[in-house]
Design a protein around this ligand. Sequence first.
Ligand SMILES: C[S@@+](CC[C@H](N)C(=O)[O-])C[C@H]1O[C@@H](n2cnc3c(N)ncnc32)[C@H](O)[C@@H]1O
Length: 239
Amino acid sequence: MNNFFIAKEPYTRSVKASPLFNLLKKSLRFFKIGDLKSHIFDPMMDMTTVEQRISYFHLLNRVIDTKVRGEIIEFGTFTGYCALLFQNVIEQSKSGKELHLYDSFETQFMETGNIQDILIANFKKAKLQVPIMHKGYFQDTLPTQLPDEVAFVHMDCGFGGDKFEHRDILLFCLNQVYPKLSKGAICVLMDYMGAEGIEGGYDVNPGAKLAADEFLKDKPETMVALYGNECYHGYFVKQ
Ligand SMILES: C[S@@+](CC[C@H](N)C(=O)[O-])C[C@H]1O[C@@H](n2cnc3c(N)ncnc32)[C@H](O)[C@@H]1O
């Protein structure tokens, strides 16, 4: 088992560095006066950072290794960057868990066209089993289409818009899934920024923290904020 795939396509956009770039990079390092990044994080193009993908890999393996009951689900899938990682871990671990994806498949970001078709093509290209998809608005699908038991849920439905609208969507999702979470299940909230924040990070969806604070205020669980370089996320473990 390995997690080398987190640094390969489709996560790295293949920009071949020129010899001049490499020479400059080497010189800066040699004289210890700086460095150059060959992959600059672009919030319009990159759905996750490598630091976040490392966390996803370990968090998902944790519920699989500790035999937490239930399936793996994601609210907000787009063309499947995170879902590819989840399916890869499921298949490498031979856990037999199912991946369920929930999305309207209507939102267009940097990729346009039929989003569901692009997602399917991405899975086929990666030679991974295509997950079970629940197309529609969360308000319509979640009340009747959630698995009975959930071991891991990733909530990633931010759109960079109104933070209160985002908070309310997340509160709906949290209320729907919480009773289905098994003991030890992990709930990850994309864009959750802890109280501290980090210089240079993008707080694109502050609704994630608003939702977590409000939802957990009368619950035993607490959020763990994870460093993700330019992006943030956090999780709680179901008691
Ligand atoms: C930031 S993208 C998800 C990115 C994805 N996790 C990835 O790895 O590429 C947010 C997604 O949430 C979906 N979404 C937001 N609100 C929704 C709602 N109320 N019902 C269904 N899908 C929704 C959008 O369609 C969009 O695809």
